[in-house]
Design a protein around this ligand. Structure first.
Ligand code: GRF
Length: 195
């Protein structure tokens, strides 16, 4: 049995797709949802069982617990988590957590890294920057996580066209379709790799 912890700070649409994808897989369990934001939509989605009557506990923590203690790292180690999946998680991973889970933390970024990554490049800022730069394509990057924003090794990319009339919202929509389509499947591949 492989155990996944999903970290999310926002709406949680990716967390929901991942939970749905593995709902009937007896070899993979979403053990825990972890969030820093008590108002995150992901918490309400978890409360509703992600539309599949799943009972996945939610762990909420604050900044000082995350950065000034190793409580979260210890808890994830105690729960024998095999893979940490960041799905719209807004805080940088602390060093002790990255070192405790080498090549076991993955993230999805809503652009084609190394372009449009780094600090401040999240959510709508990414798609606004893509449109402002006159890009003809955007997409997703799924990558391993280290202690710097968006710099870990790339695992998978997929792209979508951006037309000159596209608004940032149009790009966001196309990118979200790619995220929901690919992230669960790529997570499964990463999990099976270290069999
Ligand atoms: C996604 O666009 C993801 O790429 C980014 O944050 C967003 C999360 O969306 N890292 P949601 O909360 O899963 O709906």
């Amino acid at each position: 049995m492989k155990r996944i912890a999903i970290f999310a700070s926002g709406s949680g649409s990716n967390a929901e797709k991942i939970a749905e994808y593995f709902a009937d897989n007896t070899a993979v369990e979403i053990t825990l949802i972890v969030s820093n934001n008590p108002k995150a939509g992901v918490i309400e989605r978890a409360r509703r069982g992600f539309g599949r009557r799943l009972h996945i506990p939610v762990l909420l923590f604050d900044r000082s617990t995350f950065y000034d203690t190793n409580r979260i790292t210890q808890l994830l180690l105690n729960q024998n988590i095999d893979l940490i999946v960041l799905a719209g998680f807004m805080w940088l991973m602390p060093g002790d957590l990255v070192r405790a889970f080498p090549n076991k933390i993955v993230n999805i970024h809503p652009a084609l890294l190394p372009k449009f990554g780094g600090k401040g490049m999240y959510g709508h800022y990414v798609h606004e920057a893509v449109v402002a730069a006159g890009e003809t394509e955007s997409g997703i990057t799924i990558h391993y996580v280290n202690e710097r924003y968006d710099e870990g090794q790339t695992i998978f990319q997929a792209n979508c066209p951006v037309s000159p009339t596209d608004t940032p919202e149009d790009v966001a929509h196309k990118v979200q379709i790619l995220e929901h389509l690919h992230y669960p499947r790529v997570i499964e591949e990463v999990l099976m790799q270290d069999e």
